[in-house]
Design a protein around this ligand. Structure first.
Ligand SMILES: CC(C)(COP(=O)(O)OP(=O)(O)OC[C@H]1O[C@@H](n2cnc3c(N)ncnc32)[C@H](O)[C@@H]1OP(=O)(O)O)[C@@H](O)C(=O)NCCC(=O)NCCS
Length: 226
């Protein structure tokens, strides 16, 4: 982070190097969708396809409750990884439904026609904030939910994920957020190890889309991780 704009691409590939990190913007949406699909094969959101995910990642940073960071490559045209979060999953879903439904609906309906079970899973997604439970919206404390963190497969294990997470935590500190929650597919051992290594504590298992999920929480003190 805080590198000059001419940070070479190699920096992103050098284990342990500090990389340039920039805010997630709608401009990154298509690539974020591609990284999401590469990073989460076989999951519900991936099954909605690149078109729906691109609309989602374009809408997210435009929302007052959405934010995230990317690691741009030297040319600035591509990203090596990104992290996205919301300060209110419920408000984010409501906003997506109210403001962006016209854009989501055509590609969603095409997907539902091909795979009708996706319609039911989409309905489950709308109820997801209740299924995951325990988020700060219930206590009134300012909290965030980490929605996705994805690093381009060839660039993993060089510390990029850790730097994206650090950037997110710093922004949470700026916003006086007291905890970050994240939901992980129980079979995603790599991500679970990643969160455990970064001070996330396993909270409780629950079911979503017929799959076992785990919620994790990282407590922040004045925005800083304990
Ligand atoms: C989870 C994910 C984002 C982590 O990104 P990453 O860039 O590989 O993360 P890091 O490099 O910081 O840490 C990953 C591993 O690299 C190791 N590592 C970190 N810095 C390193 C360095 N400088 N040199 C060598 N290895 C390093 C860590 O020890 C860690 O090892 P572990 O897997 O045994 O815990 C990435 O694996 C990914 O995109 N996964 C697919 C998508 C996904 O499942 N996302 C989470 C659910 S939303």
């Amino acid at each position: 982070m805080n590198q000059p704009d001419n940070t070479p691409l190699l920096r992103a590939q050098t284990p342990g190097a500090t990389v340039k990190i920039a805010p997630l913007t709608p401009h990154h949406a298509r690539q974020a969708a591609q990284l999401h699909i590469a990073g989460q094969p076989g999951t519900f959101l991936t099954s909605l396809g690149p078109e729906v995910l691109t609309i989602f990642y374009a809408a997210l940073p435009s929302s007052p409750v959405g934010f995230g960071y990317v690691i741009p490559t030297a040319l600035g045209e591509e990203i090596a990884g990104f992290v996205s979060a919301t300060t209110s999953t419920g408000r984010l879903f409501a906003e997506l439904g109210l403001r962006h439904l016209g854009r989501f609906l055509p590609p969603l309906l095409r997907r539902f026609a091909r795979q009708p079970q996706l319609a039911w899973r989409s309905a489950q997604t709308l109820l997801y904030p209740l299924a995951a439970g325990g988020h700060g919206e219930q206590t009134g404390a300012p909290t965030a939910e980490l929605l996705s963190i994805m690093v381009e497969p060839a660039q993993r294990s060089h510390g990029l994920g850790a730097q994206l997470l650090d950037a997110l935590c710093l922004e949470c500190e700026r916003r006086s957020i007291v905890q970050i929650d994240v939901t992980v597919d129980a079979t995603n051992a790599g991500a679970r190890r990643f969160y455990a290594r970064h001070e996330f504590v396993e909270m409780r298992p629950f079911q979503l889309y017929g799959r076992a999920m785990c919620s994790y929480r990282r407590t922040l003190t004045g925005g800083r991780a304990r």
